[in-house]
Each structure stands twice: as C-alpha cells, then as structure tokens.
Design a protein around this ligand. Structure first.
Ligand SMILES: Cc1ncc(COP(=O)(O)O)c(C=O)c1O
Length: 376
C-alpha cells in the first residue's frame, strides 16, 4: 500500500525545460527571468510592484522594514500561523502581540485585534491562513487611522480571491511564499508586493545588500564609472535566482488550473465527510480559498488529533496536525497578553488532509475511509 502524502507539487516537463534554459543561458543568479516573473506576478495580482525574494519569511522581514517597524514597536499577529509570521516581527526588534482568530476562517478580525492595539502598535500582520482570505478592509479601517500599517501575510494565498480580486491585490504590502507546500512553487522563494514606487525601489535595494545599482543593471551597462554602486543602508542577500523564476513563470500560468482542481477535490471531501461531524474549512463570505491547507476541525466525540494522525498513518495516509500556535512554542511561551481560546482549540483539534493536483478520487476515498475509521 503506497502512502498518500499530504502534498505533491504539480511540476512537470515544462518547468524542467524552463530551468534548463535558464542554466544554458549562463545567467543563473537574479537576472532577466526574475524581472519577468515579477512583472507577470504583479500583473496577475493587479498591483504596480512585485519584488521577488528568497522566501516569504524574507518577504515579511522586508515588508516590516518597509512599513517602518523597528525596536520598541508592537506588531499584532495571529498566534495561529506558521512561526515565521511572529519571527519576522522579532527580526526587526519589535514585539509580536498575539491576537485570537475567528473559529471558522482561522483569521484575525477587528474584534480580536482591537483590544491589543496600543500607542506602540506600528503594524498588524493579517494572515490568509491556509489560503482563506482574511477580511482585510475591516482591519485596515481599524488600524490605519491610528497610523499603523496592515501587512498581508499571503504566504498560502496565491490564487485565493478577496472581494472579487486576487488576494493581496489591494494591500499596501503583501508577502507570498513559493515553498513546495504552496500551490505555486519555485522550490524556495517569495514575493513582496506594494503599491508605492519609492518603497518598491527601496525593497529592491534591501534584498540585494542595499546596493544602489543592481548587479543585473551593472551587467547591462557593461561597467563604466557611471554605474558604480553605493551602499546607503544595511541590506540583505534575499535574492531569488533566475532558475527559480523560470520555474515560477510556468507555475504562474498553471495557477488557475491548480486552484480549480483543489476546489473541486475539497468539495468532494466535503461530500464524503458528511455525517462525520468533522467541519471542513470553507469559503468565507468575502472571498474564496485556494485550499492550500485543506483543514478540518474534529468533532467533539473524536479522539485527540495525535491519535487520529497515528491511525491515518497506519493506513498509509500522511495528514498533518493543524496550524501551529506560536505562543505555545519556546521562544514565545508566556508572552500572550490575552487568552487565545480559539487558537488553542484549532491547533489542538484540527488536522490537514492530503490535497494536491494529482490526488485521485480513489486516494481521496482511502483518506476518508481511514478518517471515518479513526473517528470511530
Ligand atoms: C502564514 C505563513 N507565513 C510565512 C510562511 C513562511 O514561508 P517561507 O517558507 O516561504 O519562508 C509560511 C510558510 O508556511 C506561512 O504559512
């Protein structure tokens, strides 16, 4: 019996050829394909600027610098998120302040954020958890009049829709991940998008050691004293390679098909799970999810999630525990300022089912049979 993994990226010959072409071109670092991928991604979102970077973690780091967050500031974040969301706040010397989430979407709401706003709040990171679009407008209305920025952590949400537009399309700053657990992958990789040209130019410099003239531009200018670069602030090496961008361009064209397949398979899970009492994540009223994480909340009558995961593994089904809660991990233990009951319930009682482009109906039936048996 072969194991059904939780995720297999949809990569094929086209991506292999695109990567090989980048290698053959001799330009493998950040170059013309990165620039093309940025243009294509920005066009897909309908945003003026997209800056490719090495991961969503580095995208979040740059976004927070771009939002002016620094030592002494506070940033409200959901604890229910991959730990990179909180870590990015720590990188800039600010304090992550953990807010609870809505039980059906797994996302922040104005009601969970408002009690945590203080005179030191410089930003809120609104995560589109597992691909479910966060209700960004309500958070912006709450936070922006206080002079703080809402940064959208859209790591999981390329292909999701918010109020008729691609997720992140209206955000002041948004960060995406192209890790292989996401729909669109470049191996590792990320993107930060923004609407302000001067900010985009600064983010481009920051991802490349703070250089005033990029290596690609210096190459295009074929040297000469006029193109000598300066280093006006401390930057980072957060570059994406042209090999990754070549793959990303192919993946971006496949994104609509990926989303359609996942949504169709998720609905099939919903039908197959009817009557079990398990609640599968669904579209919120304000948009649609790409089902990056097909998570479900176990019914009260079910054994604990560890027991269910072990039972699934014994049947060759590789599911995952629900989304983690950062405030329960060592670096952030004891730092939550308010109780986080929904976060703790979701992290303890939810799990993530296998869902990927090539998942067959037979495999889905196997997952559901194993789950029904585990639920007893
Ligand atoms: C919400 C969220 N933010 C940030 C990240 C970090 O992304 P990356 O692995 O590209 O750094 C992830 C990764 O899973 C995530 O789920």
């Amino acid at each position: 019996m072969s194991t059904i993994p939780v995720m297999i990226p949809w990569l094929g010959e086209e991506e292999a050829l695109a990567a090989a072409e980048a290698v053959r071109s001799g330009w493998v670092a950040q170059g013309p394909r990165v620039a093309e991928f940025e243009r294509a991604f920005a066009e897909h979102l309908g945003v003026p600027h997209a800056v490719a970077v090495s991961s969503c973690t580095t995208a979040l780091h740059l976004a927070l610098i771009g939002a002016g967050v620094g030592p002494g500031d506070e940033v409200v974040v959901p604890s229910l998120s991959f730990v990179a969301t909180a870590n990015a706040v720590t990188y800039v010397g600010a304090v992550p302040v953990f807010a609870d989430v809505d039980a059906t979407t797994g996302n922040l709401t104005p009601a969970t954020v408002e009690p945590l706003l203080t005179g030191r709040t410089r930003a809120v990171i609104a995560v589109d958890q597992g691909g479910v679009p966060v209700d960004l407008d309500g958070l912006r209305e709450l936070v922006e009049p206080r002079g703080a920025t809402v940064v959208e952590d859209a790591a999981c949400a390329a292909g999701s829709v918010y109020r008729g537009l691609p997720v992140g399309g209206t955000a002041a700053l948004a960060a995406y991940s192209f890790h292989p657990r996401k729909l669109l992958t470049t191996g590792e990789g990320g993107m930060v998008t923004c609407r302000d040209g001067a900010l985009a130019a600064r983010l481009r410099r920051l991802r490349e050691h703070g250089m005033s003239v990029s290596a690609a531009d210096r190459h295009a200018a074929k040297g000469g004293a006029g193109r000598l670069e300066t280093y006006d602030e401390i930057g980072f090496n957060y570059r994406m390679t042209d090999i990754q961008a070549a793959i990303g361009l192919v993946q971006l064209r496949k994104l609509p098909a990926m989303v359609a397949r996942r949504r169709e398979r998720a609905e099939r899970y919903r039908e197959l799970l009817a009557g079990t009492g398990a609640r599968l994540v669904a579209d919120p009223v304000h948009g649609s999810t790409n089902y990056q994480s097909c998570w479900l909340l176990l019914p009260d009558t079910a054994p604990d999630s560890r027991t269910v995961l072990d039972a699934l593994a014994a049947e060759g089904v590789s599911a995952r525990r629900g989304i983690m809660a950062a405030h329960l991990e060592a670096p952030y233990k004891g730092t939550a300022r308010v109780p986080l009951p929904v976060t703790e319930l979701l992290t303890r009682r939810s799990l993530i089912l296998p869902l990927y482009h090539a998942l067959t109906e037979r495999q889905q039936d196997r997952v559901v049979d194993a789950l029904r048996a585990a639920l007893g």
